[in-house]
Design a protein around this ligand. Structure first.
Ligand code: C5P
Length: 278
């Protein structure tokens, strides 16, 4: 019997309802303004204290991730132990989100690992040391640790929670290509197209943009076809690429419209998930 109960944490996919790139920084990162939102669909991370460390993978995208040298889950666990102690853990990742796809799969997994470890070892989720670990693991990890609708600045780590649109039907579509975040940011044209306005979330998101769509489409032209197909679906409130791509999303006014779009958009290479905002 373990000393502590097993903790399972959802690693929900992250969406950037809008993502405005404002400038290139001297540290190589880009100054952003973004609207983060989360959907029900995602990975899940199960953590159990054990005698030795272990990491196992299951789920539809397990094989893709297994081919990668290191991953954010084990890095998160190492950093947690360096900071808070807590001994060895058995970590199981159920991988449902495509890799390198703009919906924060790796970031959500790292954040879910930190949340599970924090719960097991009595660390507050708003402990600045935990947030510091999240920040060091990646620009989207603090947002995924928070796990709720938020306005993000800086690299995306300076967060202000905002009211969300829970229950809004969402379709996620990925053309089956992995895109390098660094390469997409590198290909950004350097033009500041202006800030995100304030007000009603849906109105603000619709007024906004994802400034990474142009560079991402130049690198992976298949994204252009996904964006066009989503925009043409009946009942779409907003359609856009998330993060640095290649996953695009659409928000719908009802679940029937989302499900009809899901049926209409089936293609051999495309990954599609019908879900809802949380
Ligand atoms: O922070 P993270 O490791 O997820 O970022 C991956 C890469 O994406 C960075 O090395 C950087 O090239 C690029 N990036 C950026 N500006 C951001 C976030 C990421 O240029 N705000």
């Amino acid at each position: 019997m373990p000393d502590y109960p097993t903790v399972t944490e959802a690693a929900r996919a992250k969406l950037n309802l809008a993502l405005h790139v404002r400038r290139r920084r001297t540290d190589g990162y880009h100054e952003l303004e973004t609207l983060f939102a989360f959907v029900e669909h995602g990975d899940s991370v199960r953590v159990t204290p054990g005698a030795v460390d272990s990491f196992t993978l299951a789920g539809p995208f397990a094989a893709v991730l297994a081919g990668e040298g290191d991953n954010l889950v084990t890095r998160a666990a190492i950093r947690f132990r360096d900071c808070f102690g807590g001994g060895a853990h058995m970590i199981e990742l159920d991988k449902h989100l495509p890799i390198a796809s703009g919906i924060g799969g790796g970031s959500a997994d790292a954040a879910a690992t930190l949340r599970a470890l924090a719960k097991l070892h009595g660390v507050a989720l708003d402990d600045p040391r935990l947030i510091g670990i999240a920040d060091a693991l990646g620009s989207d990890v603090p947002a995924c640790l928070l796990g709720r609708t938020a306005f993000g600045r800086g690299r995306g780590e300076r967060l202000v929670p905002i009211p969300g649109l829970p229950g809004t039907p969402v379709l996620l579509v990925n053309p089956g290509v992995a895109v390098s975040t660094a390469a997409v940011f590198q290909a950004w044209d350097g033009i500041d197209r202006g800030p995100i306005s304030t007000g009603n979330l849906l109105a603000v998101a619709r007024e906004g943009r994802n400034d990474l769509e142009l560079p991402a489409c130049a690198i992976a032209p298949a994204i252009t076809a996904v964006l066009a197909a989503l925009a043409a679906q009946p009942g779409v409130l907003l359609s856009r690429m998330s993060g640095s791509g290649a996953t695009c999303f659409a928000l719908f006014d009802d679940a029937a419209a989302r499900d009809a779009a899901a049926a209409a958009l089936q293609r051999p290479q495309w990954w599609i998930a019908a879900t809802n905002l949380v």
